[in-house]
Ligand binder design. Structure first.
Ligand SMILES: [Zn+2]
Length: 390
């Protein structure tokens, strides 16, 4: 059985979906104003591995990714190029899809532009105001987190700790850590007419509306970078519970570590961004997948081309194994394949799984047999060697 580290409980848990045949997954998607860098790609690669593991166990997956197109960075890009924000979003969303496809990521079946959900967001914010858990202050609407039961439960913060955060600053806020839902104060280049006032739906509410409209009262896994845990996921969970009257509507919160570059967070201004399109062109998808999977997903990693190249001997061994497949699998190899899947079942311990794969390949090189079905299965789980389907 698959065990996942759930940020909610801070422990590894047996993963049991709401529906025993279908796993609904929401991954926080990109703000669509630039190309995909390796830090973003890591999240989708890890979730692709997770989906492939679930598929291998006979479960279907329904993976939803939101595309944030209501954001000042998108608006700025639109102005710079004298085009609409929608044009910017479409361009970079297409590039995002191309980048993910170039990495063999096939698991995402729903992409949702948040701007298609503005009327839902509006109704949901109104509902929160009617429930008296949200309030208006100088035109903006905020979630009053002091009225949310157990607020801080996913980021494991006490009220005192929460109170140290100064979020979404604006006049008339009741608590410093209250979350903005609808923003009317700032002079945005694009805005929406609403009974709430002309403004823009604020970040955290965007994801909540997308998730509720697509998945209803609950879903199984919510994921993204670990840095999104607070305030983004804390706010999302509170909003989701209030709007759906669900208790614990998400089974597991699975967060992925950062990819640093030269010890720092990737940023254009530092000039240390590793773009997926460049990396794929240089090294190919298999090398990148093996490199990303060579680190445990919860750990931060510092990108190193030297370390990426260390995957080459393993990839060569896997290719060699492909040329040695037969109709049967030796008992020792079967045992190692079992260990390989058990490693992945242990909170996606992909470094341990790759170590088992290396032993499998060495065993085959030394004359032990592997059936093509078993070899293909391994490649399919890892998404390598074109899934070895041919
Ligand atoms: Zn999100």
């Amino acid at each position: 059985m698959l065990k996942l580290f759930n940020s909610f409980s801070s422990s590894k848990e047996d993963f049991v979906p709401f529906d025993k045949n279908l796993v609904k997954i929401f991954i926080c998607g990109p703000t669509v104003y630039d190309y995909t860098h390796l830090g973003h790609a890591r999240i989708f690669l890890i979730y692709d591995l997770l989906s492939r593991c679930l598929n291998d166990q006979g479960l279907q997956t329904d993976v939803l990714v939101n595309l944030t197109d209501i954001n000042q960075n998108v608006f700025n890009k639109a102005n710079e190029n004298s085009i609409t924000y929608k044009d910017v979003a479409k361009f970079y969303a297409s590039a995002f899809v191309v980048d993910l496809q170039s990495l063999g990521i096939q698991s995402i079946n729903r992409l949702a532009y948040v701007s298609d959900y503005v009327s839902s967001i509006e109704k949901q914010v109104q509902k929160l105001v009617q429930k008296k858990v949200a309030y208006m202050a100088h035109g903006n609407v905020y979630l009053d987190v002091s009225k949310v039961q157990n607020y801080g439960k996913i980021s494991h913060q006490t009220r005192t700790q929460l109170n140290l955060h100064r979020l979404d600053i604006g006049p008339g806020k009741k608590n410093q850590e209250d979350i903005m839902l609808w923003n009317c104060t700032e002079d945005f280049d694009f805005s929406w007419e609403s009974d709430l006032g002309k403004g823009i739906p604020w970040w955290h509410m965007q994801d909540t509306a997308v998730a509720i409209e697509n998945f209803g009262k609950n879903y199984d896994i919510h994921g993204g970078a670990r840095e999104l845990l607070y305030p983004h996921h804390e706010a999302h969970l509170a909003q989701y519970e209030l709007l759906t009257d669900s208790e614990e509507p998400v089974k597991a919160w699975v967060h992925v570590g950062l990819v640093l570059s030269g010890g720092e967070k990737m940023s254009k201004s530092l000039g240390n961004v590793v773009w997926v399109k460049d990396l794929v062109k240089k090294h190919g998808s298999d090398m990148i997948r093996l490199y990303i999977f060579s680190k445990h997903y919860r750990a931060d990693m510092d990108f190193s081309e030297k370390e990426l190249l260390l995957q080459k001997p393993l990839l060569d061994l896997i290719r060699l194994t492909k040329s040695h497949v037969s109709d049967t699998t030796h008992k020792d190899i079967s045992n190692l394949i079992h260990d390989f899947t058990e490693s992945l079942n242990d909170d996606l311990d992909s470094p341990a799984a790759l170590a088992k794969l290396e032993k499998i390949c060495i065993g085959v090189k030394n004359g032990k047999s592997i059936a093509s079905t078993d070899f293909n299965r391994i490649c399919k789980i890892l998404g390598i060697i074109h899934d070895a389907t041919n």
